[in-house]
Ligand binder design. Structure first.
Ligand code: FAD
Ligand code: DHB
Length: 378
């Protein structure tokens, strides 16, 4: 089997890359270990940056996003006794959209711009341009390609195929407990809450579905938390009763625990193999950057592959890493500002920083510029 670009992984990075390449007249084949149904129902990120939305619209993927997504002007930042709205639009002229990764994944799956093989196994990457795999019927196939795009996330084989890569890693001493509930959101825009018991986030998926996150110790078993315990922790940390605000509880439909780490691998190219998205970097979710970084990587990579220009292909890794490190810093900064460590000195520094961010135009604009996102190509 032969193609111009072999894409490993049918997550948002892999499928969007296939779509962008098809628009530029480049043929690709996508290989994915999981089933299509599994990939499109994984509950993950929920926020799209301004420039991600602009890019998706410019390539014909904006219709359902516009119709069913929800544009937000900013976020609420709070700590006990205080809630402040940061209006990104007036601070930076840019907004964000609430649109679940599951929905984007469905939109990408529906475009079907490339040949895709789901439920493959034993994928082996040869950076000279060959991928060996076993298809779902047990046939061993060698796919030859001009280039390979490793879009196979943090557990795929691509990142380990880059020899002598430099790896940077930071593991955080807490995790996120993610909760999905069939209840109308109790807020118009997301609430990021600092609390002595730990961070809490109120997000949403639609007018009838709410998404919440609670800071919990590493190793927490989600089933060890009863629904009553979850609602009582969310009410306390999100400030139920504060200035008359109420958190509406409802049936919980999903509970999961997500460990948090920062990881960057460089370079993002070796020979014919290019890495994009979680295959090259992981951020803790507090800055809502993981999905957006994957989109920014493939926008750069598609441009280089379509141009065929060796200089652009050569500079892909350095160009991508500029944004990767900006988002790595922002995600670390949001995480360390909002998660409690139990140390009273750290808590006072966090509260001082929160007061400055919420109270100073310069502080608020810094957060807004990073959260709403820098232009593609930054
Ligand atoms: P992925 O979405 O991981 O896609 C990689 C694909 O490669 C997968 O479909 C995988 O099955 C496939 N694959 C793996 N191995 C192979 C192989 N050997 N051969 C072929 N295919 C393979 N970000 C946020 O901003 N906010 C969040 O709340 C948030 N929550 C998250 C929760 C979880 C549990 C996880 C794992 C991530 C979360 N993220 C979140 C991060 C965000 O979802 C990712 O940054 C985003 O999915 C990256 O897209 P990707 O296409 O690079 O990688
Ligand atoms: C969501 C996830 C995030 O990581 C974040 O910072 C904001 C919202 C979400 O899943 O809705």
């Amino acid at each position: 089997m032969r193609t111009q670009v072999a894409i490993i992984g049918a997550g948002p990075a892999g499928l969007l890359l296939a779509h962008l390449l098809a628009q530029g007249g480049i043929e690709s084949v996508v290989l994915e270990t999981r089933s299509e149904e599994y990939v499109s129902s994984r509950i993950r990120a929920g926020i799209l940056e301004h420039s991600s939305v602009e890019l998706l619209e410019s390539v014909g993927l904006g219709a359902r996003l516009r119709a069913e997504g929800d544009q937000h002007r900013g976020i609420h930042l709070q700590w006990p006794g205080e809630r402040h709205h940061l209006d990104f639009v007036s601070l930076t002229g840019r907004s964000v959209w609430v649109y679940g990764q599951t929905e984007l994944q469905k939109d990408l799956g529906a475009t079907r711009t490339a040949e895709a093989h789901y439920e493959v196994s034993d994928v082996e990457v040869d950076t000279a341009g060959r991928v060996r795999f076993t298809d779902k019927d047990g046939r061993i196939t060698v796919l030859e390609a001009d280039f390979i795009a490793g879009c196979d996330g943090s557990f795929g084989p691509s990142r380990n195929a880059v020899p002598a890569a430099q790896k940077f890693e930071k593991v955080y001493p807490y995790s996120w407990f993610g909760i999905l509930a069939d209840v109308a959101p109790s807020t118009d825009e997301l609430i990021y809450a600092w609390h002595p018991d730990g961070f809490a986030l109120h997000s949403m998926r639609s007018s009838t579905v709410s998404r919440f996150y609670l800071q919990v110790p590493n190793g927490t078993d989600p089933q060890s938390w009863s629904d009553d315990r979850i609602w009582s922790a969310l009410s306390k940390r999100l400030g139920h009763g504060q200035d008359g605000w109420k958190l509406n509880p409802g049936p919980i439909t999903d509970k999961s625990v997500l460990p948090m780490r920062s990881y960057v691998q460089t370079p993002m190219r070796h020979d014919k193999l290019f890495l994009a998205g979680d295959a090259a970097h992981i951020v803790p979710p507090t800055g809502a950057k993981g999905l957006n970084l994957a989109i920014a990587d493939v926008a750069l990579l598609a441009k280089a592959l379509i141009s065929g220009d060796e200089r652009l292909l050569d500079s892909y890794s350095d160009d991508a890493q500029r944004r990767v490190w900006r988002c790595t810093h922002f995600s670390w900064w949001m995480t360390t500002m909002l998660h409690t460590s139990g140390d009273p000195f750290d808590a006072e520094l966090q509260l001082s920083q929160l007061r400055w961010v919420a109270g100073s135009r310069a502080g608020a604009a810094g957060l807004a510029e990073n959260y709403a996102g820098l232009p593609i190509g930054y």
